[in-house]
Structures are given as C-alpha cells and as structure tokens.
Ligand binder design. Structure first.
Ligand code: GCO
Ligand code: MG
Length: 411
C-alpha cells in the first residue's frame, strides 16, 4: 500500500470569516485536510505552511503521525508559539484524516473508540439588558442546548466582548465573531469595577428566572487580576456556575494558586495556549477544572489527546474552545478527541454560517444538545476548493481594549 504524500496545498478563504486550510494528498489520491486558522493573523500561518512546511511534507509517509509531529516541533529548533503550533496542528489533523480514510474508520475509532453517545455542547446567550438576555437564553434552550454561557453588557462600558446585537463599528451586529473586517482593530472600552459590581446581579436574576438546575457559564476573557478574579469567583458562588472562564491571563500559571485558594467556582482556562507546557502546572496542581485548549491552536489531535490523558490523572476535564474561528475541520478534530477520552466535560459550540458550510461540508450532527461527529471515515469534513475561491481573504482584526485614561488593557 502506498501512502506517500505527493502534494501539500494551502488555502486561505473567507466565507463569512477567514480560514486557513491545509490539504495533503497521497500518491494514491487519498486527501486529508487540516485547520490552521489563527484569528487576525491568518497569513502568518499560511506562509509558515506554504514557505516552510509544504516541501517537507512531500515524499513523507502519511502513516507516521507521531514522527511527523515530533519532526516539525523539534526540527524547527524554535519551539511553540501560536503560528508554529497552528501549522503543526493542520498537518496533524490532515494526517489523522488520511489515516481514517485508509482504515475506513472515523478518527475517534482510531483514538480508542467512543466513550459516550455524543458530546454535550453549550450555547451562547447574551443581552444588552435582562429582558433580551432572558430571550436569548430561552432561544438557546429551544435550540436544544442544555448548558448556556451568559455574557451581559455592563452599565458604563460601551462595547463589550461577547454581547450579540451590540453594534460594531461596521454597523453590523456583533454576534459571536468579534473580529472586524478592515485594516485596523476596533477599540473597545473596559472598567473592571463596573464589571465586578454588575455581573453577580445578572446571574442572580438569571437564577431567579430559570431556576437552580440549568448549567451556566461565563467568560471573563482575561481581564481581571488574580485578586479581582477571586472576588468575582466568590461573588458568583451562590449562582453555582458550571465554569468561570479565563478569569485572569494565565501566562503566569502561579497566579491561579491565589484564585483557587479563594473560591470554589469552577475554573476553565486554555484557549490561547499552544503547548502542554502552558498548562501542565495548572493541571498537576489542580488549579483548574476544565482545559479550554483547541485542537487548531494546540498542535492538533496528537497533543490534545496527550494533554487530556495527563489531565485524567488529576480529574481535570475537557472544555475545548469552539468559536467560529476554529474551522469545521478543527472543530471536528477536537470532537473526535472528545468522543474518545474518558474525561470529557463540555464542548463549546457556535454553529458556522451557511457560507462557511458551503466551503466545508460537515458530517457532524447536533441533536438535543449533543454533538456527534458521525461515522464518516476520517474527520468527516470535506473541503470544497471551488467554493473557497469565491470568498477571497479579507483582512480582519480582533478588537482591543482601552481603560478610561487611555491605557491599553487585555481584550
Ligand atoms: C470563546 C472565546 C472567543 C475568542 C475568539 C478570539 O470563549 O469562545 O473567548 O470568543 O474571543 O476565539 O478569536
Ligand atoms: Mg473564551
């Protein structure tokens, strides 16, 4: 059986938003695809793949996934970083896709088989006021979601992450995709004291309206110091959150020791991490409850499976990052991991737009709050290069934050 890679192609397309896709083809015509999308910095990864990786793939045996991963990681000499690891992720996913197609099995079967019937997903609710927030929660529940992330506007903050229906500078609804098309990042504003005062009142109102049972989540989006994060965690304890996400930037893993010692609110971190070394202390010291890493930004299926096997020893579960900037390929890749690991927790799910689905045909099903990648051999996603051509790359930037005095703050 011949399994040599003969072609490695990189596509950048923008069906509603930008995506970077790698396509590997073997000499008997089997095709594997991988996601290398890095929101706001897409072309850097496309160049890394096109200019430095593609020629190294040609002639390699597609079967040796671990060896290829180690080769790309170690032979670059310069380790880690979001650009490098998104490029490695794309190769890794494409190789798993190819292996699944050769085997005639979905990737989760190759990873050890299904540990569950489906992966429970959470939806996104937000509102400018309580009424619109309640409507948004009801809508998500009608869509089938059994767990819901709640983001709210805060009096005194004009433009805030995660609040749909908020006007963007372009005049369009903010919805779920925070990146704005254009050549300059949009400025948003931030006031930690106003936020810390307001958010607990919103969760109190939500609990009064929806009762104690519904699992609720909230994303702090890296904006607090450890002490402020501890204050928020404590003040949310009466509302029994499923998790509080990115309560503080975690480049400094020790910072979580203080937060953890002050509050029993469950903590989830990791969407901006790209290596197991970014999260190992958070796991081994049990400073978090959920791993938020995404296959696309974390070196692919191979590294995500390893970190989750490590986390299993410490009773830390998965909560993989699943916004629309993870393409349907990256999303499928982590869903296959979620299907097989014992310590699956919850999967973020933001359905892709119709244009995106025209370029990426998915086999996944979302039913009654659960996601299933289906039985299609490989990842279960097809990339339509002709449709992709209709949507050329458009520059887009994530917003950034300034405080009232003009200081740049974490976004
Ligand atoms: C989430 C994330 C996203 C990020 C986005 C940046 O929890 O889903 O915080 O909304 O902001 O992925 O590109
Ligand atoms: Mg987040």
């Amino acid at each position: 059986m011949s399994t040599k890679i003969v072609n490695a192609e990189v596509f950048v397309t923008s069906p509603s938003r930008n995506f970077v896709t790698l396509r590997l083809t073997t000499d008997d015509g089997v095709v594997g695809i991988g996601d290398a999308t890095l929101n706001g910095r897409e072309l850097a990864v496309a160049s890394y793949l096109r200019d430095h990786v593609a020629q190294l793939m040609v002639g390699r045996d597609s079967r040796n996934i671990e060896d290829t991963w180690q080769f790309l990681y170690r032979a670059a000499y310069w380790r880690r970083g979001p650009v490098t690891m998104a490029a490695i992720a794309a190769v890794d996913m494409a190789l798993w896709d190819i292996k699944g197609k050769y085997a005639g099995m979905p990737v989760y079967d190759l990873l050890g088989g299904a540990s569950r019937r489906g992966c429970r997903a959470y939806g996104h609710a937000s509102g400018m006021d309580l009424e619109s927030l309640f409507d948004s929660i009801r809508y998500e529940m009608e869509e089938g979601y059994k767990s819901i992330r709640v983001q709210t506007s805060v009096p005194g903050i004009e433009k805030l992450y995660g609040v749909a229906a908020q006007a963007q500078s372009s005049g369009e609804r903010y919805d779920f995709e925070p990146a704005n098309r254009g050549s300059w990042p949009v400025e948003e504003d931030w006031d930690t004291r106003a936020y810390l005062r307001h958010v607990p009142t919103v969760f109190e109102a939500v609990r009064n309206e929806f009762g104690p049972d519904l699992p609720l989540l909230h994303d702090g989006h890296h904006r607090m110091t450890p002490r402020e994060a501890a204050q928020l965690g404590k003040s949310l304890e009466p509302y029994d959150l499923y998790w509080l996400e990115d309560c503080t930037p975690a480049e400094n893993q020790e910072a979580l020791r203080y937060v953890r010692s002050q509050t029993t609110t469950p903590l989830a971190i990791g969407e901006v991490f790209n290596s197991i070394y970014d999260i190992k202390d958070l796991i081994s010291e049990q400073l978090i409850d959920y791993v938020r890493c995404a296959s696309t930004h974390f070196g692919g299926i191979t590294q995500l499976k390893k970190v989750m096997n490590y986390a299993e020893m410490y009773q830390v579960k998965s909560g993989f990052h699943g916004p629309t900037d993870v393409s349907p390929i990256g999303f499928a890749a982590q869903l296959h991991v979620g299907m097989t690991i014992h310590n699956f927790g919850l999967q973020e799910y933001m359905p892709h737009s119709e244009k995106t689905k025209e370029v990426f045909t998915e086999s996944l099903a979302f039913e009654n709050g659960y996601l299933n990648p289906g039985e299609t051999p490989g990842l279960g996603v097809e990339f339509n290069a002709e449709a992709a051509e209709k949507y050329p790359y458009e520059q887009a930037y994530l917003p950034y934050n300034r405080l009232a005095d003009g200081t740049v703050h974490n976004w």
